[in-house]
Design a protein. Structure first.
Length: 324
């Protein structure tokens, strides 16, 4: 179903070698039958998402696609020529929601709109004091999604509706293993790694995701998680968190964070690719960091969906259906 074009460590670019045929219409019909309100074509975590997931996996092409994606065991996968370019916005987002649901459980994470499919494109006249990467042109520093929430999703999808037409906006991925390897090279790096596996670091929630724009919301967690090869990372969120809690900004912690940020932004090896239209980027949100290179074209447009391994009804924190 996929033909490999390029392999870089645990990250690959592949090209589809299949056609959806009648199964595309079947997927859209299933989604339309389950949603009375498409939430501005962004959908929402469905209250009966586990039953809907089983029904979608009965569609052969979608089931085979999901199996191929799972069997790759990659940290990141860029799938070109997905076959959705000619669809309407609602139908395209319905298929993207269906693909995401076969991998887990798509989340809204946004307390205001509850949208699952989030538009990553520059917004005009944004007034929030803390604008997120997905709402402006320019670069996006390396980060993990939902780093400021109790349960960051295990996966995310990015679909390229329209790539930047300014020779910029390349997608970037870094394997956390490569970050740890860089830290382990020096005594200072090893000390920073040890501290950031245990220290409770304050992450400030961007105002676009907060319950109220003028309300400061913080979440506390170590940067390195699980076996030390998973991360929560968003440096601007941490800086703003420490500004709100200066009592936590010890010299040791600030030094460790600056050292890590230098490795992340300047030294760790990374996947760099200008993804063409109709490409789906899948990545492990715990074991890779992602970002983008500088761009100026306001027409660049991607769709992002975050995917949890835990059904939404059992998640802790902002969700489309369960209360915080």
């Amino acid at each position: 179903m996929f033909s490999t074009i390029e392999q870089s460590g645990n990250i690959a670019v592949v090209k589809t070698n299949f056609t959806w045929g009648d199964d595309l219409a079947k997927v859209i019909a299933i989604i339309e039958a389950h949603f009375e309100d498409f939430n501005d074509n962004g959908f929402y975590p469905h209250p009966d998402e586990e039953a809907l997931q089983k029904q979608l996996l009965s569609v052969p092409t979608l089931r085979n696609f999901a199996e191929q994606l799972a069997e790759r065991k990659a940290r990141g996968l860029a799938i070109t020529d997905l076959g959705l370019a000619g669809l309407s916005e609602a139908h395209r987002n319905a298929v993207l929601y269906a693909i995401a649901l076969t991998q887990g459980f798509p989340t809204s994470t946004d307390q205001r709109t509850h949208r699952v499919a989030w538009d990553v494109r520059a917004r005009q006249g944004v007034q929030s004091k803390f604008v997120t990467f997905s709402e402006r042109t320019g670069n996006a520093d390396m980060h993990t999604d939902s780093s400021f929430y109790p349960m960051p999703e295990e996966q995310f999808l990015l679909y390229v509706v329209s790539s930047a037409r300014c020779n910029g906006g390349e997608s970037l991925l870094i394997d956390v293993e490569d970050i740890v390897a860089e830290l382990e090279r020096t005594e200072e790096g090893r000390a920073a790694y040890a501290l950031l596996r245990t220290a409770q670091v304050p992450f400030r929630v961007p105002s676009v995701y907060a319950a109220q724009d003028d309300q400061i919301e913080l979440f506390y967690a170590p940067v390195f998680q699980e076996d030390g090869l998973a991360m929560r990372w968003r440096y601007d969120s941490i800086e703003k968190g420490l500004a709100s809690r200066p009592d936590l900004a010890t010299p040791e912690l600030v030094t460790a964070l600056r050292l890590l940020n230098g490795i992340v932004e300047e030294h760790a090896p990374r996947f760099v690719r200008q993804l063409p239209d109709d490409t789906l980027l899948w990545a492990d949100n715990h074991r890779t960091l992602h970002g983008r290179a500088m761009y100026t074209d306001p027409g660049r447009h991607l769709i992002r969906i975050r995917v949890s391994s835990t059904p939404n009804a059992h998640r802790v924190g902002p969700s489309g259906i369960s209360a915080d």
